[in-house]
Design a protein around this ligand. Sequence first.
Ligand SMILES: Nc1nc2c(c(=O)[nH]1)N[C@H]1C(S)=C(S)[C@@H](COP(=O)(O)O)O[C@H]1N2
Ligand SMILES: [Mo]
Length: 328
Amino acid sequence: MIILPKPDIFPSEITPKAIFEQRRAFLQKAGFGVVAGSVALFTHPLTAQAEKLAKSASQSRPKFSGIKKSAFSTSEKLTEYDDVTSYNNFYEFGTDKSEPAIHSKLFKAHPWTVSIEGEVKKPKTISIEDIYKLAPLEERIYRMRCVEGWSMVIPWVGLPLAQLIKWAEPTGNAKYVEFVSLADKQQMPGVNLPILDWPYTEGLRMDEAMHPLTLMAVGLYGEVLPNQNGAPMRLVVPWKYGFKGAKSIVKIRFTEKMPVSSWMKAGPREYGFYANVNPNVEHPRWSQSTEKRIGAGLFAGRIKTQMFNGYAEQVGQIYAGLDLRKNF
Ligand SMILES: Nc1nc2c(c(=O)[nH]1)N[C@H]1C(S)=C(S)[C@@H](COP(=O)(O)O)O[C@H]1N2
Ligand SMILES: [Mo]
């Protein structure tokens, strides 16, 4: 069930007043009484602790060693680490870009297991440490394009999703793969709010999932993935809008039928299953022909968005015969 003020918009576009009203209604229902003033996510007990923790010792994250560089990387200028880790979409931790970094500080991404279900020889689970060992980890520098019109260039660390799928042993009936994010009300304050139909789910067609460009990311900038970027494991599909990249994945399910993602449920006219970056197909409320590169500077203009985010040569042929206007 979705109780957005308007079900078809990103909460980040809801006016602060609408968000405030919505949160106040929620808090009243939850017995917190009326809160005045702030429009930030209500104070979760974890947040105060996290802020203290952040002020104490500088937290350095474990680094991966011996990562091989990938030939699939772009040579474009990297987006600064601080921008990659402080300007995020991760609604489980709040809808403002700055909220995930703040509210996810104490999130426990280790230990972690992922369950493999649906059309597989037999259901099984795998730990994040064993996923690290499934294939040599690679650094892949990818252009990333959010449906909201901004982009980044991020040096991911990960393994081809195809390697994990091979380990999962899907049956011949598997036509699609569904990815399910964690939805933990204790650790993720946003999950207590009716922002999306939790848990966050996404899906890919089997050939998209097996494509060599599709990455299961476990790190960035050589480090273990920061919580706000989807620790310990998140999907990266560089030719699709950012929302396809489900974060903090706990379940991978192989299906015969096309899965319905959280965003398709929230706004079927606006967010389709494919979500391929396409400058020629406008979002119902804005153009997708240009983008703003985060960190490019105050005076940098918007840049042209490329077909399939610049990966047309590698992925264009898998959509031959598909009407990309209908299948957006
Ligand atoms: N579980 C979950 N995954 C998510 C989201 C989210 O809100 N929850 N946001 C998506 C969107 S809209 C984008 S643009 C990317 C942002 O990834 P980043 O913060 O690492 O750049 O994550 C995607 N994955
Ligand atoms: Mo996005």
